[in-house]
Design a protein around this ligand. Structure first.
Ligand SMILES: Nc1ncnc2c1ncn2[C@@H]1O[C@H](COP(=O)(O)OP(=O)(O)OP(=O)(O)O)[C@@H](O)[C@H]1O
Ligand SMILES: [Mg+2]
Length: 273
């Protein structure tokens, strides 16, 4: 049997005294789109960073295709769209430069782009509809365009796994539809996708499965099941039971309703080790 695309095995992460992940475990199969939901401070970004190997867990382990994250990263296998707050948008890089970063693994020691690198960057920018913005400083894009630039970096990289941390935050419907379409295409080509979002309404349209996180993985299953109010209440508190949540029509997608974003915040109830 092949290894899971992502294995998170009992991962614990502290920032000083703050317990961000508490023996979180998750196994994700190849070519699936998995939605990660949980309130502010529940550990979503920390989980992404642990999967990327950007932070070292205090306990447990992460395996990407059965190997440590450092190996998968070195091979360019993981594309990462960070949460906006985690990016220095003032950095003097053009959109083209950012996408070219995805090609570093394909370049030699000198990091001199080849014709193939330039073509890959151009094609990726075309795919996310940003070819006209290639020369612009990355910080001078709109919120949705910035997200698409990072998706293009993953595409240029040839990533077989994409981690997207709130790619729909502050994004208009057009960018959201472009990103959703791209993710579906990437998954159809075998790419494994983990995506965090506060937009529960979008979840059934976007994802094959969903994960509820609150320092631990509380639940992992079909979006329709995870979105049941009693399950959401475990992660967001009982007040979500009073909200207008996505309703599954028999045999169909959820009814098109105006669903509020879930914006609960865990920071007032912070776990301490
Ligand atoms: N660099 C850091 N130093 C100290 N504490 C941190 C750091 N990064 C995150 N934390 C804390 O760890 C916990 C988990 O944070 P994390 O960013 O993973 O949550 P999140 O689910 O991504 O939240 P959000 O929905 O707001 O993005 C929070 O309590 C947060 O305050
Ligand atoms: Mg976050």
């Amino acid at each position: 049997m092949s290894n899971p695309a992502i294995l998170v095995d009992n991962v614990t992460v502290h920032y000083g005294e703050v317990l961000a992940l508490d023996a979180a475990s998750l196994s994700l199969d190849h070519a699936r789109i998995c939605g990660l939901i949980g309130m502010n401070g529940s550990g979503k970004s920390t989980l992404f960073k642990a999967i990327m190997g950007m932070i070292k867990p205090d306990g447990g382990r992460v395996l990407i295709n059965g190997e440590p994250p450092s190996k998968a990263r070195k091979e360019g296998g993981i594309g990462y769209v960070p949460q906006s707050e985690d990016v220095d948008w003032q950095f003097p890089l053009s959109v083209r430069d950012v996408v070219m970063m995805g090609r570093y693994g394909h370049q030699g020691f000198t990091r001199r782009p080849s014709k193939a690198d330039r073509i890959a960057v151009h094609d990726a920018l075309e795919r996310v509809e940003l070819a006209d913005f290639a020369g612009r400083q990355i910080g001078q894009l709109s919120g949705g365009q910035k997200k698409r630039a990072f998706v293009a970096r993953g595409i240029a990289q040839g990533a077989t796994m994409m981690l997207l941390d709130e790619p729909f935050a502050g994004v208009d419907k057009r960018s959201e539809a472009t990103i959703t379409r791209l993710l579906r295409e990437l998954a159809a080509d075998g790419c494994t996708i983990l995506i965090s979002t506060h937009d529960l309404h979008a979840l059934p349209h976007l994802c094959d499965e969903a994960v509820l996180l609150m320092r631990k993985v509380l639940m992992h299953g079909p979006p329709e099941l995870v979105l049941q109010p009693e399950n959401l209440a475990m992660a967001f508190g009982l007040d979500v039971l009073n909200r207008d949540l996505p309703v599954q029509e028999p045999g169909g997608r959820d009814a098109d309703r105006d669903i509020p974003m879930v914006d609960a915040d865990l920071s007032n109830q912070q776990g301490r080790s």
